[in-house]
Design a protein around this ligand. Structure first.
Ligand code: CA
Length: 452
């Protein structure tokens, strides 16, 4: 596949007529142009949007203004759709064409830009008068476990002498998650009730989870998929990925501990998963590709289907990731959020390409809009651990906050915000926006005892 895909859309000197997109600290400069689905306050219909500075380009309105005359009818139809699935299904090449057209439309020094600027009031939405949605109809959601630091930390809590299971370095480990309960950033999440035990052998009782946690992850949306029975070669994996987002895989650790053997997580993770609403395309991320993690020489050699020279040299993404906590007490005091961790997505043991290729290696068909998440992103240092289970080491090392509060797991009213961005000399910094959600108290109802 892959010669460099850098083009004029990555030019750091290009400026936009949308002034806020030229601010050095914006997450959405002209070089980013992430896709999302939004809804105006005045109507129900969701629309495709593209973030630019503190504004959103309304693709439906832009098509109506005749500003997308350069794109094919199928692309135009996708841009006026209610979700991103149609655009994702068209594949990377069409997404790249749209990116180039939009780049010209939003540039300050092009004829197309002058035309768009003349109808700015019609084609630009203000972010405070819209709501963001989950950007795709996600048919299937799969969650991996690709950070060896996370797997080793968690494994060592339960199996101190043998933290990594024998299969870990042979293949990306994952499980099929729940798509129906994926919510967009900003939605609050209710503490689930579930079976928990005081002793490993039981008895169990239904209680609100007392060990609520977040997991910092990166998600990838599938572009065009593969037919059932077909596989995806690792060398082609990039062509099957549309773009990335941030994911919070909310987890009820006490429920998980009782239920996870022998078939893996179930109710401990199926009640809610939060995603950041903007999908940062692989083209926007092109300058930030990095080599895959170098496997130590004592690790098993990769099986041929998980080995590819291009994946080795640029299979990773250099994305700085942070988790911030704002407690109810901080809100009452008017204090801002406090950072819990900072890590980097380049520390993962498996690449997204390897996860995708392994997923389809059985002949499993992946479809446009499917979501693949990386698993908790934890680095080697304590400050880069991507969940509270690791940061507070299973409750043994409580975290003290600036308010004097302590945390081993989340309390009701805690708001978790994840952020991610890419930086490299010679290029504009681009960001992912927020993946935020507040944990609300459990319902008083006992499951199954509903009054209606
Ligand atoms: Ca997870």
């Amino acid at each position: 596949m892959t010669q460099s895909l850098l083009d004029e859309t990555h030019d750091p000197s290009a400026t936009s007529w949308v002034e806020s997109a030229n601010a050095p600290d914006t997450e959405f400069p002209l070089a980013n142009l992430p896709f999302g689905i939004f809804r105006h306050d005045f109507e129900e219909r969701p629309r495709v949007g593209i973030a630019i500075g503190d504004r959103v380009l309304d693709c439906l309105a832009t098509v109506h203004e005749g500003l997308f005359s350069a794109v094919d009818p199928a692309v135009k139809a996708a841009l006026t759709s209610w979700s991103l699935n149609a655009l994702m299904a068209l594949g990377r090449e069409d997404a790249r064409k749209v990116r180039r057209v939009v780049h010209r439309l939003l540039r300050a020094d092009t004829a197309e830009g002058k035309g768009a600027r003349a109808v700015a009031a019609d084609v630009l939405a203000s972010t405070d008068s819209i709501g963001m949605r989950v950007p795709a109809e996600i048919g299937d959601y799969t969650d991996f476990y690709a950070s060896v630091h996370h797997a080793t930390n968690v494994g060592s809590m339960f199996r101190p002498d043998d933290p990594l299971l024998p299969n870990y370095k042979w293949m990306p480990i994952g499980y099929h998650g729940r798509a129906s309960s994926i919510v967009a950033s900003g939605a609050s999440v209710r503490r689930p009730r579930g079976q928990t035990v005081a002793r490993p052998e039981g008895p169990s009782a239904v209680t609100p989870s007392a060990r609520m946690d977040y997991e910092l992850e990166v998600g990838a949306y599938v572009a065009c998929g593969n037919r059932q029975g077909d596989t995806i070669a690792l060398a082609q994996a990039d062509d099957y990925l549309f773009g990335l987002c941030l994911v919070n895989d909310w987890s009820a650790r006490d429920v998980q501990q009782w239920e996870y053997q022998p078939l893996g997580p179930f109710l401990a993770k199926n009640f809610a998963t939060s995603v950041s609403p903007w999908v940062v395309t692989l083209d926007a991320l092109e300058p930030f590709r990095v080599p895959a993690t170098v496997r130590p020489s004592e690790d098993p050699a990769l099986l041929p289907y998980l080995e590819d020279a291009t994946d080795r040299t640029r299979g990773g993404f250099g994305i700085t990731l942070e988790v911030w906590l704002r407690t109810a007490a901080m809100r009452i005091a008017g204090a801002g959020a406090e950072r819990l961790s900072r890590g980097d997505f380049s520390s993962m043991y498996w690449t997204l390409g390897q996860m995708l290729t392994h997923h389809a290696s059985s002949g499993c068909n992946l479809r446009p809009g499917d979501l693949i998440a990386s698993g908790t992103v934890s680095g080697p240092e304590r400050g880069s651990r991507g969940c509270l289970l690791e940061l507070a080491w299973r409750g043994q090392e409580p975290i003290t906050l600036s308010t004097g509060e302590t945390r081993v797991f989340l309390q009701d009213g805690d708001e978790i915000t994840m952020r991610g961005w890419c930086e490299r000399d010679g290029f504009r910094r681009i960001g992912f926006g927020e993946c935020a959600g507040e944990l609300r108290p459990a319902l008083a109802d006992v499951p199954g005892a509903s009054s209606n």
